[in-house]
Design a protein around this ligand. Structure first.
Ligand code: NAI
Length: 329
């Protein structure tokens, strides 16, 4: 049974080959799934896709016409897939809801600390034999108020780690969980209160109609001067142009992004020769107080092993004529 992997990188191949007992034949291509590349899936039982592939209705119709029976998403986020259209076409859709939330929480905290202590700039200076410290003064995160937007599996672990640092924790989530209040002294507040009273705002919510551009000009205005915002959720939760205005005025003191609203076609590829032309992205890269990683919060061997194992379980269920445990309905 052939499974075609779109947007495949060397680390996908390594971890999926290690997990495959031989039931499936895996084929890997670097191109993202799109209307132009859907034809590569002809003869495949299922396709395996990642965050920036495009499984919209027209693409799914093409895949169905080639006999593809399932969309195995090797990620937690499934906003790239129109699962309603897939079901209408008789196709399965499944994701990997929790492969290693620790990986993303740890990356988030790494970004907070790297920003507060100017780690990238400090390393650059030392490597250029410049040991002057003047622009590198940081701040302790101990006793700082951290607001977490979206307190699910990843947000809960970020809360656990930051509790260890002695931060004061508050959160907005439409579905509060008493466990976090009891364990970490965290207080649930309205989104307005969290945005207005946090020194550091961390985004761990999914992208949906309520979170799209949650961080925009008006909400930025209500924040503390010099606020730090770290987003490892989804890019479009922040209106990037408005964030750039906030950085320019000094309202936003630090910005950490693992995700970017127009990352599709940019992240996961080498653009060092054909430089990016996205003016908004280029503007972001000019700020010393902006730290950007290219959607790699998930990128640990632990997470990749877990993603491969769960995706195989999803595929195995479909090949046995059953729904997967992580079927998106
Ligand atoms: P989860 O489903 O366990 O938690 C999400 C939480 O957000 C839930 O508690 C939910 O109630 C809450 N939420 C829903 N709507 C909200 C709203 N309007 N405002 C505030 N909170 C809201 O998901 P998990 O595993 O914690 O992942 C969170 C997100 O992280 C994913 O949706 C994905 O977009 C992103 N992610 C990023 C990765 C990366 O590599 N950068 C890797 C994996 C996930």
């Amino acid at each position: 049974m052939k499974i075609l992997f779109y947007s495949a990188r060397s680390y996908d191949k390594k971890h999926f080959e290690a997990a495959n007992p031989g039931t499936f034949t895996f084929e890997y291509i670097e191109e993202a799934l799109s209307i132009e590349t859907a034809h590569y899936a002809e003869g495949a039982f299922a396709v395996c896709i990642f965050v920036n592939d495009d499984a919209c209705a027209p693409v799914l119709e093409k895949l169905a016409s080639y006999g593809v029976k399932g969309i195995a998403i090797r990620a937690a986020g499934h906003d790239q897939t129109n699962h309603v259209a897939a079901h209408r076409l008789g196709m399965h859709v499944a994701n990997v809801p929790a492969y290693s939330p620790h990986a993303i929480a740890e990356h988030t905290v790494t970004m907070i600390l790297a920003l507060t202590r100017h780690i990238v700039e400090a390393d650059n200076r030392v490597k250029q034999s410049n040991f002057i410290l003047d622009p590198l003064v940081g701040f302790n995160i101990h006793h700082k108020t951290v607001g977490i937007i979206g307190l699910g599996k990843i947000g809960g672990l970020t809360a656990k780690i930051l509790h260890g640092f002695g931060c004061t924790l508050q959160a907005f989530d439409p579905y509060p969980n008493q466990e976090y209040t009891d364990k970490y002294g965290l207080q649930y507040k309205s989104i307005e209160e969290v945005l207005a009273t946090s020194d550091i705002i961390v985004i761990h919510a999914p992208l949906n109609a309520h979170t799209k551009y949650l961080i925009h000009a008006d909400s930025i205005k209500t924040m503390k001067d010099g606020v730090m915002i770290v987003n490892t959720g989804r890019g479009a939760i922040i209106n990037t142009k408005d964030a750039i205005d906030g950085l320019t005025s000094g309202k936003i003191g630090y910005l950490g992004l693992d995700v970017y609203e127009n990352e599709k076609g940019l992240f996961f590829s080498d653009h060092s020769v054909n430089k990016p032309t996205d003016e908004v992205f280029l503007a972001l890269t000019k700020f010393k107080n902006v730290l950007i990683t290219g959607h790699m919060a998930f990128l640990t061997t632990n997470a990749l092993t877990s993603i491969a194992q769960t995706t195989l379980e999803n595929l195995r269920a479909w090949s046995n004529g059953k729904d997967a445990d992580h079927e998106i309905r």
